[in-house]
Design a binder for this molecule. Structure first.
Ligand SMILES: [Cu+2]
Length: 157
């Protein structure tokens, strides 16, 4: 039973590698330079099971990114994004558009959350991070974490 199930999974993985990437990603964000701001983030496909409707235009689908943080200053408004690259890399490009990411509004308890719909996909073998910035206008990084895929990651080597 196990070997048969394994073959099925392997087949699905090899088919999806060339068509869709149904992976979810997670990051744990740590404070940068003593900001005290930590958090969690997830990135998931926003249409994990695309239906091929031949009468509709083909849509590539996108992703849903979520973040929650704690340890921030009450009532602050903080920019955040998924970026490609690694924590500490300068000028890591934003995945999608800046305007896709509504700022995090911090509550009286120093906690806040936000989500973003981004009309792109993450490459299965890409390197991505989630970071939080000092404010909406000051993009100094105050918290950062590497995204790790917990979904199907095709081995292309
Ligand atoms: Cu950013």
């Amino acid at each position: 039973m196990f070997p048969a199930a394994f073959k099925t999974i392997a087949l699905v993985a090899s088919v999806s590698a060339s068509t869709i990437v149904a992976a979810s990603w997670k990051a744990t964000l740590d404070p940068v330079e003593g900001s005290g701001i930590s958090g969690e983030s997830t990135v998931t496909p926003d249409n994990a099971m695309p239906m091929r409707d031949t009468t509709a235009p083909r849509t590539e689908g996108g992703l849903m990114a979520r973040i929650s943080i704690k340890g921030a200053k009450a009532n602050d408004s903080l920019a955040w994004h998924v970026h490609s690259g690694t924590c500490g890399s300068a000028n890591a490009p934003v995945v999608g558009k800046d305007s896709d990411y509504a700022p995090i509004t911090v509550g009286a308890n120093g906690e806040g959350s936000a989500h973003a719909n981004v009309s792109t996909r993450l490459e299965p073998n890409g390197q991505y991070i989630v970071n939080v910035h000092k404010s909406v206008t000051d993009h100094t990084v105050v918290s950062c974490g590497a995204l790790r895929s917990d979904g199907v990651t095709p081995d292309t080597r």
